[in-house]
Design a protein around this ligand. Structure first.
Ligand SMILES: [Fe+2]
Length: 401
């Protein structure tokens, strides 16, 4: 484990029924709230009505910005920033999944930012150096999709529709002030969103497990336990979608998967996310599905690279799926883990190949070019254990067919 600084100031209000308290919390932060959610939010109409009523009862005026789409666009973020400035909004409330919460954070910081908001994004390639935000309006999150942990981290991801780049803001300034995590809000989530969100959460842990500091037994055992809990709980939720206890378990696990606690001291890159972002930006593939695709092919590729990688995957097999070694080699156990994890992802109804999501092989060169341009270091290698060059990226793409 390496030295680290850990700072996470988010107040989490957790449990079934907590969403109705939004007014009580909002009035501690402002008097004029912009509620941010998806376009055509018929799915949330009751929740939005309840929120408006709770805000009014606490003398908080509510404005609406109902335009966010999956893989949110910087153009929409700019539009919302204009509203916040013109209307003198003093608190923002994000109601939705990662796209909504990420947008809400960037809008809140962008409102007080003296330059075009795209300049605060890291990993975009049209400008050399990001200029971090220095301050933000306060934000409250009400997650409706357990997946990204955006409710408890300082990351915001968006796509620039002009340059087709999916990039992120990462700065402690954009931590939400309060997150009201009410699992009842997730009980009507369709199976596909539930499962793809849970796989995204698992990928957050496994990126760090596989690619962070490899001598961190506290993080290792905690991560294994968290992944195991999600693997066990997800089928129960899919079988009994309105069971709020299972929903609560999935939601708290997803919050913990990327709130920084388990990543502390690991200094891990996120190769599967770097590759996945390119698929989302080019083809608008659901984020969790891009991770399922690469948890299939990237696992297959790296588990067979060398003995050290085989041993790491074998450990996952033993501690997460309870695979018995039975005197077999690390490589055999590793391959069994990769196969069984793939079968699990299919069993929860999520596509695991590029073919299934309509990405044609003829595009692989262009996809690899984008991964190198957007996700690789200055030597053209994708940070990972071990680092992967363009040839390896092409191989992974072919293994994704
Ligand atoms: Fe993710």
């Amino acid at each position: 484990m390496q030295n680290f600084e850990l700072y996470n100031p988010v107040k989490v209000v957790f449990g079934p029924g907590t969403a109705k308290d939004i007014g009580k919390y909002a009035k501690t932060l402002g008097k004029k709230a912009l509620v941010v959610t998806y376009e055509n939010p018929t799915f949330f109409s009751d929740l939005l009505f309840q929120t408006e009523k709770a805000l009014a009862e606490n003398n908080v005026e509510m404005l609406e910005f109902y335009k966010v789409q999956a893989n949110p666009l910087v153009g929409h973020i700019r539009e919302a920033i204009d509203i916040c400035r013109k209307e003198k909004v003093d608190v923002l409330i994000g109601i939705g999944g990662g796209s909504v919460m990420d947008s809400t954070k960037i809008i809140a910081a962008g409102t007080l930012y003296n330059d075009d908001v795209w300049k605060m994004f890291i990993s975009r390639h049209d400008i050399d150096i990001a200029i971090p935000p220095k301050e933000t309006l306060p934000t409250i999150m009400m997650p409706t999709l357990p997946a990204t942990s955006s409710e408890m981290n300082c990351i915001g991801v968006a796509t620039n529709e002009q340059t087709k780049e999916k990039a992120y803001v990462y700065d402690p300034v954009i931590y939400p002030k309060i997150s009201i995590v009410d699992p009842e809000l997730t009980c009507s989530l369709p199976a596909f969103q539930t499962a793809s969100g849970a796989l995204d959460a698992i990928s957050h842990v496994l990126e760090a497990y596989l690619n962070g500091d490899q001598n961190s037994p506290v993080q290792d055992r905690t991560q294994e336990g968290l992944v195991r809990a999600i693997i066990d709980e997800l089928p129960l939720v899919l079988k009994d979608p309105s069971n709020v206890e299972h929903r609560a378990n999935i939601q708290w696990a997803a919050t913990l998967c990327w709130n920084g606690w388990l990543q502390a001291g690991l200094n891990a890159p996120t190769p599967m996310h770097q590759m996945g972002h390119v698929l989302s930006a080019r083809y608008n593939v659901t984020h969790g599905v891009t991770l399922a695709i690469f948890m299939n092919s990237y696992f297959k590729y790296t588990a067979n690279l060398n003995e050290e990688r085989a041993a790491r995957f074998a450990l996952l097999g033993e501690n997460v799926l309870g695979i018995s070694r039975g005197g077999r080699s690390d490589q055999d156990v590793a391959n069994e883990f990769v196969d069984r994890f793939h079968a699990y992802m299919k069993s929860v109804g999520i596509p695991t190949t590029l073919t299934e999501v309509g990405v044609p092989e003829k595009d692989f060169d262009a996809i690899a070019d984008d991964i190198v341009r957007l996700g690789c270091d200055k030597n053209g290698n994708l940070p990972s254990i071990p680092a992967i060059g363009r040839d390896g990226i092409m191989e992974i793409l072919k293994m994704s067919l």
